[in-house]
Design a protein around this ligand. Structure first.
Ligand code: WQD
Length: 336
């Protein structure tokens, strides 16, 4: 058992990882500024876990607060989620993204070093592979960024690699997510996007609840089986489990790693619409529209290294992902 600080721990992936860590026997402390998390998430986490949640409301850029947390909480390791994560928005607000994502990581690392805490899992993204059209991308694929968001993830990874290479006391886990979707089995937490989601599954979810009229399929002329974009969707609970395995491996071996967290299975936009229609019990309306700028045809993970290094293997299917998402969003509507 260890005491883990989750920065951004009230967010979508952070809250699911919180539950995974608690289930694995760890003590967990959350730091979150709640700019991208509902205020009632800690209360929901307490309801699901049956234990009180220790939560600091604040910003990862606040060095004094970080110093206080490390002094008060005897932290053994950190999982760093706190960051801005919308590719399109990063093009509009590059300085916000660099300040928060790179500045926030550097502030956190300085506070960790000062506290003698040198074990960190870093939330990264397949976006570090750039606009690449490759099935089953290996971790040694060259990194390239096509957005300020991608730049901040590559910069974060590189900084961590430099620290770990220079000081063997550091143990760094870099996790590159593909397309996280779905919700917790309790249907009490899940993805909670803004009014008009950018990402496919939360958009489909809002069409399924009737909040949005129909799904816009961004192009059906890609070089894929049905012409629509193919991605590697991974259930957020599988993703959370990957974080638990990464943290445990770092603490047990002290060896750093960088791995993909994906299934290796590609699903098209129409596959997702079909699966979600089955999950919600009705054919969801959609129309084909123009491609979205910057989209590539097909992106899936080579999942072999995560299996070899962490013993990680995604378990849940696209149907599981859609069913859990539908249970979450339909429950939210019912409880309004
Ligand atoms: C998936 C597919 C779209 C919406 C993004 C970020 C990535 C990561 C995950 C942070 C594509 C199509 C989408 C819609 C559609 N985020 N689509 N209609 O673009 O693969 O990845 O989120 O780390 O960095 O780039 O995810 O869900 O936006 O798109 O047809 O309304 O669905 O063209 O083929 P994406 P997405």
């Amino acid at each position: 058992m260890a005491r883990i600080l989750l920065t951004g721990g009230a967010g979508y992936i952070g809250s699911h990882t919180y539950l995974g860590l608690v289930e694995a026997g760890h003590e967990v402390v959350i730091l979150d500024n709640f700019t991208n998390a509902r205020d009632d998430v800690p209360e929901r986490l307490e309801r699901i876990s049956g234990r009180p949640a220790t939560v600091y409301r604040g910003d990862v850029l606040d060095r004094a607060l970080l110093d206080r947390i490390f002094a008060d909480q005897a932290i053994d390791g950190v999982v760093h989620f706190a960051a801005l994560k919308a590719v399109g928005e990063s093009v509009q607000k590059p300085l916000d993204y660099i300040h928060t994502n790179v500045g926030g990581l550097l502030t956190l690392l300085a506070a960790m070093e000062a506290a003698g805490v040198r074990c960190i899992v870093f939330s990264s993204s397949a976006t570090v592979y750039g606009d690449t059209d490759i099935q089953r991308i290996p971790e040694d694929h060259p990194r390239s960024h096509t957005s300020p968001y991608g730049y901040t993830k590559i910069t974060g990874e590189t900084a961590l690699e430099q620290v770990a290479a220079a000081d063997a006391r550091w143990a760094v886990g870099i996790l590159r997510y593909f397309n996280p979707v779905g919700a917790h089995r309790s249907a009490l937490i899940g993805e909670d996007p803004g009014d008009i989601p950018n990402n496919l599954m939360p958009y489909i979810a809002k069409v399924a609840t009737g909040e949005l009229r129909r799904i816009n399929v961004f192009g059906d002329d890609y070089n894929t089986p049905d012409g629509t974009g193919v991605r590697d969707y991974i259930h957020v609970e599988d993703l959370a489990h990957g974080h638990v395995l990464s943290l445990n491996a770092l603490m047990e071996t002290g060896e750093s790693h960088a791995v993909n967290l994906g299934t290796g299975i590609g699903s098209s936009v129409l596959d997702v619409i079909r699966a979600y229609s089955a999950a919600c019990g009705r054919d969801l309306p959609y129309r084909i529209v123009a491609r979205r700028q910057g989209d590539v045809s097909s992106v899936t993970a080579l999942p072999d290294k995560a299996r070899a290094v962490l013993g990680f293997e995604a378990q849940k299917t696209l149907d599981d992902m859609c069913r859990s998402s539908w249970a979450w969003v339909s429950g939210q509507i019912a409880n309004r």
